[in-house]
Design a protein. Sequence first.
Length: 194
Amino acid sequence: MSRPLSRRALALQRLAVLVALAILLAPIAWLIAVGYRPASEVFSFPPRLVTRLTLENFRAIFALFDVPRLVWSSIAISGGSTLLALLLGVPAGYALARSGLSWAPRLAYLFLAVRMVPPVATLIPFYLMMRDIGLLGSYGAVILIDAMQSPISAACRGRSRMPRSPKAAASSAPSCASRCRWSPPAWSPARCSA
């Protein structure tokens, strides 16, 4: 058991956290301040604090771009790719974790190795594949490519050995023991591991 910190040590620790927080949040505060500056003051040298506030920059962005459509496409693509990656990755990881095959851990490492390939290196093959199946320029293409670039869910699930029974699964994770008391046997270990 660790002993409690003295008041001075606690004050120094909190001061260090506040300094680190100020350093990390300073660029975000600067971006927000630049967003409300007039366009003539954005690139002024030396930089000044905000002298007068304006919403003109935001009006220009909303006039130039269809912002609601862009927000919707971001939500649809991120939600769709996450859903597809989970629908494919969690059952694959579950199967890898439950199988007693000797090559299952190597397959999980292969999923991790695929993740190390830079997405730019797969750009042309994915473009040709999407062109051939007729998905070029659609949300489905982006969702499919993003889900294919995310086999990490299968690799992470495949690395752990799951208990065979729901009771053993519930007792292995005390935080979810109360939630895993009754459920179909096939899903109990998967739900506790998630």
